[in-house]
Design a binder for this molecule. Structure first.
Ligand SMILES: *[C@@H]1O[C@H](CO)[C@@H](O)[C@H](O)[C@H]1NC(C)=O
Length: 334
């Protein structure tokens, strides 16, 4: 094979390899479903079964929720009350903005700068839930999630998260013992993931939200945690699909921006978008290949070779390439 062709292919493979490597965790989220860590319905006692009391209680009886202040909006009051009523023997903590900031300032001062600098309030609401779980343990429940049965059986696992469809895990209901290694890792990772991604929705998802949590979850599981370090996964059937599920999910999404609609649209059309991505990638590849041929194989192209060569070299020099590159391209001319 001609050296120029080989060079071209190697460069392309390296670029594609780099791109795949950088999104590998995201790609793996599409195939890893967490079923090996599932809390199966077979092991969960029925809502009023006496078997519940024979299970160990590892997670403290403590429910955390978050809101701006103490005045919960009407549409969430019923859900909030359903959790309080079912768990009279649990401690209930509502983390208002004020309490949350005081807690971070006192217990995790290293995070205060990141916490204060977050552009969106929801990023603070996301991060505080990881900190209180890492610190006190207990169960965190979103305000738009109502309780359908007591959480006791879920206290028997050192840590659990909720699976979302089609991929990843959510951060709207989760539980853990105090200082569980997974949540320690989560809070430790927050500053590193605090990046802006153009669209607010993606920024929130990837810096503190479910996407961030899913990525940390994947990394954490790569080390093959066993025993108490394992993180168990609650699947949709056990979460809210049936009368014997734990929660009822009230749609109370506070995100109504254009980018949300865009993301949902992308989620619904992901096969089309994937195909489109490959087609566009192919076209870019073909165009590069044609230009490359045009400048390296003189006279063997419909493209006016001299013009192309001149343009290519101008481009090449502007790109601050060394004279070595110049020679390299030049040498392959026949
Ligand atoms: C609580 O926050 C909401 C939403 O920001 C606001 O409308 C309301 O006035 C606040 N209530 C109090 C008592 O500060």
């Amino acid at each position: 094979m001609r050296r120029s062709v080989l060079l071209f292919l190697v460069a392309n493979i390296l670029i594609v390899g780099y791109l795949v490597h950088s999104v590998w965790t995201l790609l793996s989220l599409l195939v890893v479903d967490g079923s090996e860590d599932a809390i199966s319905r077979a092991e969960l006692p029925a809502p009023n079964s006496p078997a519940i009391t024979s299970q160990p209680q590892l997670i403290p009886k403590l429910i955390h929720q978050t809101y701006v202040n103490e005045s919960i909006p009407e549409r969430w009051k019923e859900a909030q009350q359903s959790c309080i009523d079912l768990h009279e023997d649990y401690e209930y903590r509502l983390w208002t903005d004020k309490k949350a900031r005081e807690f971070i300032a006192q217990e995790y001062p290293w995070f205060l700068e990141t916490y204060d600098a977050y552009e969106f309030p929801i990023q603070r609401a996301d991060s505080i839930r990881y900190f209180v779980l890492a610190h006190f343990g207990g169960v965190y429940i979103d305000l738009d999630d109502g309780c359908q049965r007591r959480l006791d059986p879920l206290l028997a696992y050192p840590a659990w998260l909720r699976r979302t469809v089609p991929t990843g895990i959510s951060n709207d209901a989760m539980g853990a013992i105090p200082r569980h290694p997974f949540f320690l890792r989560v809070i430790d990772s927050l500053p590193k993931y605090n990046r802006s991604w153009l669209l607010p929705y993606i920024t929130v998802m990837a810096s503190t939200g479910p996407l961030f949590l899913s990525v940390i979850w994947r990394h954490y599981n790569n080390a093959g945690p066993i025993g108490r370090d394992r993180v168990r996964v609650l699947f949709p059937d056990e979460y809210n699909n049936h009368p014997w599920s734990f929660f009822t999910h009230h749609l109370g999404n506070s995100w109504h921006g254009k980018d949300v609609r865009l993301i949902f649209w992308m989620g619904q059309h992901w096969i089309f978008l994937t195909v489109l991505g490959f087609v566009l990638g192919g076209i870019v590849f073909a165009v590069f290949w044609r230009c490359y041929r045009a400048v390296t194989v003189a006279g063997n192209s419909k493209f006016p070779a001299k013009l192309a060569r001149r343009r290519f070299f101008t481009f090449w020099r502007r790109g601050a390439a060394s004279s070595k590159d110049y020679e390299l391209v030049d040498r392959h001319q026949v």
